[in-house]
Design a binder for this molecule. Structure first.
Ligand SMILES: Cc1cc2nc3c(=O)[nH]c(=O)nc-3n(C[C@H](O)[C@H](O)[C@H](O)COP(=O)(O)OP(=O)(O)OC[C@H]3O[C@@H](n4cnc5c(N)ncnc54)[C@H](O)[C@@H]3O)c2cc1C
Length: 406
């Protein structure tokens, strides 16, 4: 990818800002809060994210009229690269900024944008994603949570599961069935629901890493205003799909810079131990390096194709300011990174050898490599499982016959 002199100036300014600001009370946040460590230093990370927001480093791709900065595609790429390179912690406002915000910019009402976008940009309200249910994961159209209008409020009943960061979220975008006799993708609505009410119970789910990043969420006649439906009532499937398309946008590039840091650290580790003399491990490390290069080239090419020549809107996310790859290309990107990252975790265990099999201390004190290995088991599941990505590639890119649907 080529960057203009203005882009390079943007990069220098951002790099300088990060170096000058990840200091003092924020110095300890470098490297904190990665996979399996989402519980760490939450309050400090919120303060850091608000500091970023106050300096104008959130919602870069959003149009200025919605509190964004109208940054070009190249500048968004640079932001994600530099942010990951600096070691700054994952952004706690990710779901509001990258998923809900662009969805509202594309499909929300002017009132919804006025009410919900400023607190996202300022990191004053955090969001979570309420799609999956015990009976609806890959088969999302099986959503059974219901919502019915009672006067001027929606009353929501049902259960969501695997809801990441629900324990800290102020709001949830919920996919619920609002048309009682409807089936599959018909009759669903996309509702914005306040999390802090007695009718919502959040129960943490403990993961392989020993931590609890995601949750079960129970709605027992929970309420939200009638105006908090995005798109038309009954048109929630289309809105939910728009959010999913955005999910695989430009932010994946920052993730890959994080991958590069992990791979570099693993190569360092290998150099210092017996793995350096093992030709099979050396070969696997070289393959990992090549895989990452290929993945990065693919992501850049597809995202750049999706971004228009001028401005920052991409067809993957119409009018959202956040370029996104669409359809089968996004599925190839997801498949490439999920398999690569899971293999990296496995390779780390090989490089460490036998000690990788024991925790450092009681009761369950894992090091970063063990956490990476265990957490990356989830990579091939969330955001759409590998099997589902292969189905999409088969049907939409290769034109193979459609899989039989229930
Ligand atoms: C770490 C993590 C965070 C998550 N965060 C959130 C969140 O914040 N909000 C949210 O709503 N959800 C979240 N999820 C849920 C995630 O979206 C689902 O786990 C995912 O969609 C798979 O659904 P499932 O778990 O019900 O598995 P299932 O759909 O039951 O799938 C089970 C297995 O069957 C395979 N399978 C299913 N259907 C097919 C098919 N048609 N063809 C071939 N194979 C198939 C799958 O690939 C999988 O291997 C999260 C999940 C994880 C692991």
């Amino acid at each position: 990818m080529r960057f203009s002199p203005q882009d390079e100036e943007f990069r220098r300014r951002l790099r300088r800002w990060l170096a000058e600001n990840l200091t003092g009370r924020f110095a300890g946040l470098r490297g904190v809060g990665g996979p399996g460590r989402e519980h760490e230093a939450h309050a400090e990370r919120v303060a850091w994210n608000r500091h970023l927001a106050a300096a104008g480093w959130t919602c870069l791709g959003w149009p200025a009229e919605y509190g964004g900065h109208g940054a070009t595609f190249a500048q968004q790429v640079i932001f994600h690269e530099e942010y990951a390179r600096s070691g700054a912690p994952p952004r706690v406002g990710y779901m509001g900024e990258e998923l809900l915000g662009p969805t509202l910019i594309a499909l929300g009402t002017p009132e919804q944008r006025r009410r919900f976008l400023p607190p996202v940009a300022a990191v004053a309200e955090l969001w979570c994603q309420g799609y999956s249910e015990p009976g609806a994961g890959s088969d999302l159209a099986a959503v059974a949570t219901t919502a019915a209008l009672d006067g001027d409020e929606w009353v929501i009943t049902g259960q969501k599961v695997w809801t990441s960061l629900a324990q800290v979220a102020d709001w949830c975008f919920v996919l619920a069935r609002t048309d009682p006799g409807s089936r599959r993708s018909q009759g669903l609505s996309y509702l914005l629901v306040p999390m802090r009410q007695a009718a919502i119970t959040v129960r943490p789910i403990r993961q392989l890493t020993g931590t609890a990043e995601f949750n079960e969420v129970f709605f027992d006649d929970a309420r939200t205003g009638h105006e908090n439906v995005v798109g038309e009532a009954g048109d929630g499937w289309r809105v939910a799909q728009a959010t999913l398309a955005i999910e695989r946008g430009v932010a994946t590039l920052g993730q890959q810079v994080g991958f590069r840091r992990e791979l570099d650290a693993l190569v360092d580790l290998a150099r210092r131990g017996p793995a350096a003399a093992d030709p099979v491990l050396r070969d696997k490390l070289a393959r990992a390096w090549i895989g990452l290069e290929a993945m990065q080239a693919h992501a850049l090419a597809t995202l750049e194709n999706a971004a228009p020549r001028t401005g920052s809107f991409g067809p993957g996310s119409p009018g959202t300011g956040s370029p996104g790859a669409s359809g089968a290309e996004a599925s190839v990107t997801k498949l490439l990174w999920s398999r690569w990252h899971q293999a990296l975790g496995e390779l780390a265990m090989e490089v460490l050898g036998a000690p990788s099999m024991a925790a450092r201390g009681a009761p369950y004190d894992l090091d970063d490599w063990q956490r990476l290995f265990l957490f990356s088991r989830a990579d091939t599941i969330y955001g759409g499982s590998d099997e589902i990505q292969r189905n999409i590639i088969a049907e939409r890119a290769l034109g193979l016959p459609r899989q039989a649907r229930p």
